[in-house]
Write a protein that binds this ligand. Structure first.
Ligand code: MTE
Length: 318
């Protein structure tokens, strides 16, 4: 992955004021927001006025300073639109997200293809402010809007033999320039997977928005995974298929470079990437004199997720 080269002003200075104010109002909306949430909410809205989502603040959020909307939507990794950090913001508008369906299958008693709106009906949206630590050494703090993946899994009546969940991104070269390249940088479609207990962990969410609005296309509209204790590449974007399976599924970066990227990909400052250290990170938006900060075990979520890996050698299962 290309490395960081992008000095930007401090996040606090460039968070657009209207977005900041919006955010305050939807969080303080409290109980009334719950009543309005998810059912009938339009996560595909293109029109600016309709993009606002009602969400309740989650107790699982970090209270660290959030990156600006600008940072979060202009410095992205979404190789389907190019490898440069600015490519997704430039090209993702080509993507048609409405209509959008997700095929849910594998070891479930009621496999089906379901529209995104139907999939979300009945859920309350939550705001989850999480750290996202990219394997390349930078990080951001992002106020996602989403639902817990666990609640969705319950809806599909998964069979006992399912041990993993496999996810797949859209493959549509006509709208994704990176998928048209003669020498593709990655095998398409982008795929990822989680062990069932990771998928059902309360920190794991499907995000449909950020900063109180429908997810921008460069961030993986209309729905992407967010697993905050793992390196950013596990958080697969623009999901079109979810399969429950018995064997460990393929994961794109693991397949591409198995020595460099393991299936687990837990943030771990004690296990270096073969070509660079993972001990520190640079928070995007910290300005020119931005100091690197220490990367925390499991990206700071050790208390919540450490027990999932208790008897595993993390140098082997990285
Ligand atoms: N999902 C798809 N389909 N394609 C990608 O290239 N990049 C991953 C992940 N999800 C990627 C993807 C990587 S490397 C990171 S760091 C995060 O998305 C970045 O998410 P963000 O752009 O919303 O910050």
């Amino acid at each position: 992955m290309p490395s960081y080269r992008y000095p930007v002003p401090p996040a606090s200075e460039i968070t657009p004021r209207n977005i900041f104010l919006n955010r305050r109002s939807f969080i303080t909306g409290g109980a009334s927001a719950i009543a309005l949430a998810a059912s009938g909410v339009n996560v595909l809205a293109q029109d600016q006025d309709a993009r606002k989502l009602n969400a309740v603040a989650s107790a699982l959020s970090t209270d660290e300073a959030q990156n600006s909307y600008e940072d979060i939507t202009t410095y992205n990794n979404f190789y389907e639109f190019g490898v440069d950090k600015s490519d997704p913001a430039r090209y993702a508008n080509q993507l048609t997200t409405d209509p959008w369906t997700i095929k849910v299958g594998g070891l479930v008693n009621n496999p089906r293809e379901v529209g995104i709106e139907e999939l979300l009906t009945g859920y309350d949206l939550e705001e989850r402010v999480y750290r996202l630590r990219c394997v390349e050494g930078w990080s951001m703090v992002i106020p996602w809007v989403g639902i817990s993946l666990a609640s969705l899994i319950d809806k599909f009546d998964v069979q006992g033999s399912a041990k993993y969940v496999a996810f797949e991104t859209l493959e549509r070269p006509s709208e994704m320039p990176g998928q048209r390249a003669i020498f593709p940088v990655l095998p398409w479609p982008y795929v990822e997977g989680l062990r069932m207990d990771e998928a059902k962990h309360p920190l794991t969410i499907l995000a449909v928005g950020l900063y109180g609005e429908v997810l921008p296309k460069q961030n993986g509209a209309p729905v992407r995974l967010v697993v905050p204790w793992k390196y950013g590449f596990k958080s697969i974007k623009s999901i079109v298929a979810i399969n429950f399976v018995e064997e460990e599924p393929t994961a794109t970066w693991h397949k591409q470079a198995p020595r460099e990227y393991g299936f687990y990909s837990n943030v771990n400052p004690n296990v270096d990437h073969p070509r660079w250290s993972q001990k520190t990170e640079r928070r995007i938006g910290g300005g020119l004199f931005n100091q690197r900060i220490d990367t925390q075990m499991f990206n700071g979520y050790e208390e919540q997720v450490g027990s999932l890996y208790e008897n595993m050698d993390l140098t082997k299962f990285f």
